[in-house]
Design a protein around this ligand. Sequence first.
Ligand code: NHR
Ligand code: GAR
Length: 198
Amino acid sequence: MKNIVILISGRGSNMQAIVEAGIPGANIAAVIANRPDAAGLAWAAERGIATLALDHKLYGSREAFDAALAEAIDACHADLVVLAGFMRILTPAFTERYAGRMLNIHPSLLPAFTGLHTHQRAIEAGCKLAGCTVHFVTAELDHGPIVFQAAVPVLDDDNESTLAARVLAEEHKLYPAAVRAFVEGRIVIDGLRVKVRD
Ligand code: NHR
Ligand code: GAR
């Protein structure tokens, strides 16, 4: 069994997709949020999953918050940390600790549109394709090795929310597939390149 800890900040629909995928060999050990009001916490708790809220506002520095977060994750004996709509930038000490065993899903076709407000920026740039990327997390924001990507069209009458919804539907397929590949030991990282065996 691989222990998985999922970090969220909000509704947690990607977390739900991973839980509902029922990945063989994956134990969802805990769902942790940096916002006590994150809606996804209640969803997980209702299903008997251990939950924890660590309010980042109660810590004096990013380092102090990340140290508390790492302690909680390590108490779960995590094999894999999954960022699912987690909205706090993590310190280098934290990303180093979980190097090669922490994934993120980002709502753009990286390396385009790192950071926030990706859908609006893709529309304004006139992109004809948008999408999402599952990548390993490194100290450099949204620049870790890419595991999977999925593309969707940008339509003439799209706005931020219609494009976000089209991308999110792909996220909900892509992220469980990436977690499954990790749990099954099919992922090999070679610098920035990732090979995923069938
Ligand atoms: N941390 C590191 N070091 N590397 C990455 O690749 C990370 C990361 C932390 C989160 C997710 C990410 C995304 O997919 C992620 C990847 C938050 C921000 C941000 O600016 C940027 C990117 C991502 C998540 N956060 C603000 C901050 O000051 C707070 C914004 C808010 O609370 O709404 O931390 O895009
Ligand atoms: C998702 O679209 C995810 O890719 C994005 O936020 C949404 C979270 O939805 N992540 C980021 O923007 C990270 N900065 P969810 O909480 O329903 O999974």
